[in-house]
Design a protein around this ligand. Structure first.
Ligand code: NAD
Ligand code: DAU
Length: 357
């Protein structure tokens, strides 16, 4: 079967990387990207693929049912990989509405549209809908707790996490009730190329390059399990092609690092690799700032299921992945410099003015 993929959110960080991965790994497949180009979407991430006709790009909202119905039919879509979302926890705290609209209602619209399309085609058993979600739905771990796995109870604690948890429940319900061939993945913190500079790693790198303060929330002891985005793309590839509908897969990097240690690693890499810096050593830019409300202490993933059932393993250590990420941001200024708009500056101002005072 020739696969016709719809990748939602493909102008964003992970789905952009996935689109590059898929065109290289499966050149016989057809790909349509649907993206609303919110502040987080950047056409430049996939522009070479669009401009050379490797993929089709549709500018639109996953919540627009008529648009989604049309593109599912027109492109004879057989596989949906759903990554479009509002993704930033801090923004969900100051403005949760967009998170409910896209993550909950948008996912509902997509599921319903795909169900109608799938039914009209006679319910093919080899079609797939992969719903990509987060480990944040499981809540927060204490230092000695075992990592999250597929049977961990849901306990979302931020508006973002709650909206993703709701969407996971919808995806599972559509599989259980209607038999739609849905799979769900829950992943830890990604990092790598094309990451929007509001998230800790790209924000730190760009602040170092601009000589701006590096805001570390609270005391910097919060722990995240870092996964290089390329490893995540390989995991999604395995799940889409070999995963069992109805099943959930947890994906993690086996790379737990406290935020302050991570920022120190980034500062050291920048001091080593960046030819010119306004402030050196970079760690002089670190500022401890008011904590994120409800800040989850620790995330970690036990990825045994995907390792054992689908033969996936993370390949990139955090040391190697951070080095590759720093090198990417140093050599791809054309990608990130245009993102430093007035809107971006005003977002940072609203986030950090009070915290840095
Ligand atoms: P991102 O914010 O970089 O990209 C999201 C993309 O979705 C953007 O291109 C944006 O324009 C698009 N989008 C937003 N609303 C839309 C709408 N209504 N219709 C169509 N497109 C819309 O996000 P990301 O960090 O790449 O995350 C992708 C997915 O992976 C999300 O579902 C997120 O919850 C999940 N996830 C992310 C991480 C992570 O560490 N980044 C970890 C686990 C899971
Ligand atoms: O765990 C998966 C999740 O990882 C994804 O579902 C989210 O979409 C993604 O944004 C990410 O969420 P986090 O909140 O963990 O990522 P963020 O980069 O915003 O923050 C990482 C840690 O760094 C977190 O403990 C908060 C802290 N932080 C963040 C920023 C932006 C700081 O200390 N300073 C900062 O300026």
């Amino acid at each position: 079967m020739t696969r016709h993929l719809l990748i939602t959110g493909g102008a964003g960080f992970i789905a952009g990387n996935l689109t590059h991965h898929w065109t290289a790994a499966h050149p016989g497949d057809r790909i349509v990207v649907l993206d609303a180009l919110t502040y987080a979407g950047n056409r430049a991430t996939i522009a070479p693929l669009i401009d050379f006709g490797r993929i089709s790009f549709v500018h639109g909202d996953i919540g627009d049912r008529a648009l989604v119905d049309g593109l599912l039919a027109d492109h004879a879509i057989t596989h949906v990989v759903h990554l479009a979302a509002e993704s930033h926890v801090d923004r969900s705290i100051t403005g949760p509405g967009a998170f409910l609209a896209t993550n909950v209602n948008g996912t509902f619209t997509l599921l319903e549209a795909f169900r109608a399309h799938w039914l009209a085609a006679g319910s093919p058993t080899d079609w797939r809908f992969l719903h990509v979600s987060t480990d944040e739905v499981f809540g927060s771990l204490e230092p000695d707790d075992p990592p999250f796995c597929e049977t961990t109870a849901y306990s979302p604690r931020s508006p973002y996490a709650a909206s993703k948890a709701a969407s996971d429940h919808l995806a599972r319900a559509w599989q259980h009730t209607y038999g739609l061939p849905v799979l769900v993945s829950n992943c830890s913190n990604n990092y790598g190329p094309y990451h929007f500079p509001e998230k800790l790693i790209p924000l730190t790198l760009i602040n170092i390059l601009l000589g701006r303060p590096i805001p570390v929330y609270g005391d910097g002891s919060n722990v995240r399990d870092w996964l290089f985005v390329e490893d995540h793309c390989h995991a999604l590839d395995r799940i889409l092609l070999a995963g069992e509908p109805g099943r959930t897969y947890c994906i993690g990097g086996c790379n737990e690092v406290a935020n302050l240690d991570l920022v120190h690693m980034l500062c050291a890499l920048m001091d080593e690799l960046a030819p010119e810096l306004p402030v050196r050593p970079s760690r002089e830019l670190i500022r401890f700032v008011t904590d994120r409300p409800g800040h989850d202490q620790r995330y970690a993933i036990d990825a045994s299921r995907i390792c054992e059932e689908l033969g996936w393993q993370p390949q990139v250590t955090v040391q190697e992945g951070l080095r590759r990420t720093v090198q990417w941001y140093l050599t791809n200024r054309d990608w990130w410099q245009p993102l430093l708009s007035a809107e971006y500056a005003s977002y940072l101002e609203s986030q950090y003015a009070a915290r840095l005072a």
